[in-house]
Design a protein around this ligand. Structure first.
Ligand SMILES: *Cc1c(COP(=O)(O)O)cnc(C)c1O
Length: 240
């Protein structure tokens, strides 16, 4: 990968870095597919937002996406996000960072400092830790409850049978900061029933943000009501 200076006004033209052109083309193609799926579903054209998942990709590639107009990014690990995003934010103050990976309670303070949204709220211990962290930092990101719709033991997310109770307790604790739900369907299954389950659960609790769909299935997720799609590989290529 070619090194680029971390500045939107870089001296070298964007096309000097092959990653830049590739990422811009990939983004254009993903946006086009989002537009098509949104129209096909009869939904308003601005009802779906793209979260570009940049985990394992360097700041120079994130910069290429920013230059191509992308503003919302997703990262799994607090430490990696902290290493890349504060510097990028100084050049693009309107960028938004979503934390989308399982979150350890000892990372809650740093998460509150750097994130605009945490999509992986999934257990009472994390609720407590975020409450405390918000007091300490004076900042609370927007929140989504992650639901383990496939009840997979190895996966993050609140179990389906506990979801109603947990969502209600999060609404009591965080009020309007709780925006909606997130899910990652089991890899080897048709994702549609999982997307439907998540959409029904959100409706039941009066929540409007639905984060579902990744590179392999975001058009399907949009058909089922996704308002945020989290796309990594289709934008940045394979992760090493
Ligand atoms: C890595 C990741 C993604 C992006 O997956 P792709 O298949 O690369 O699009 C989306 N959501 C979560 C929670 C992830 O960890």
């Amino acid at each position: 990968m070619t090194e680029m200076p971390l500045s939107p006004h870089s001296a070298s033209p964007d096309t000097a870095n092959p990653d830049t052109a590739k990422i811009a083309a990939n983004l254009a193609s993903v946006r086009q597919k989002i537009r098509a799926a949104t129209a096909q579903a009869g939904r308003p054209s601005d009802s779906v937002q793209l979260v570009a998942v940049s985990k394992f990709h360097p700041a120079t590639e994130i910069q290429a996406a920013l230059e191509a107009g992308q503003r919302i990014f997703g990262e799994n690990r607090v430490q990696e996000a902290s290493a890349k995003f504060p510097e990028l934010r100084t050049h693009w103050p309107d960028l938004k960072l979503h934390l989308i990976g399982g979150l350890q309670t000892n990372k809650a303070v740093e998460a509150c400092r750097i994130a605009d949204m945490i999509e992986s709220l999934d257990r009472p211990a994390l609720v407590k830790a975020l409450e405390k962290a918000a007091q300490k930092t004076g900042r609370l990101p927007e929140l989504l409850v992650q639901v383990n719709t496939g009840d997979e033991p190895q996966k993050y997310g609140v179990r389906l049978e506990e979801a109603d109770f947990f969502i209600e307790s999060c609404q009591k604790t965080f009020g309007e900061k709780l925006k909606g739900l997130m899910a990652i369907p089991p890899a080897a299954q048709d994702p549609t029933p999982h997307f439907r389950t998540l959409a029904e659960l959100a409706r039941k609790h009066g929540l409007t943000t639905l984060s579902m769909g990744m590179s392999a299935d975001y058009p399907t997720a949009i058909a089922q009501g996704a308002t945020l799609v989290r796309v990594g590989t289709a934008i940045f290529g394979a992760r090493s």
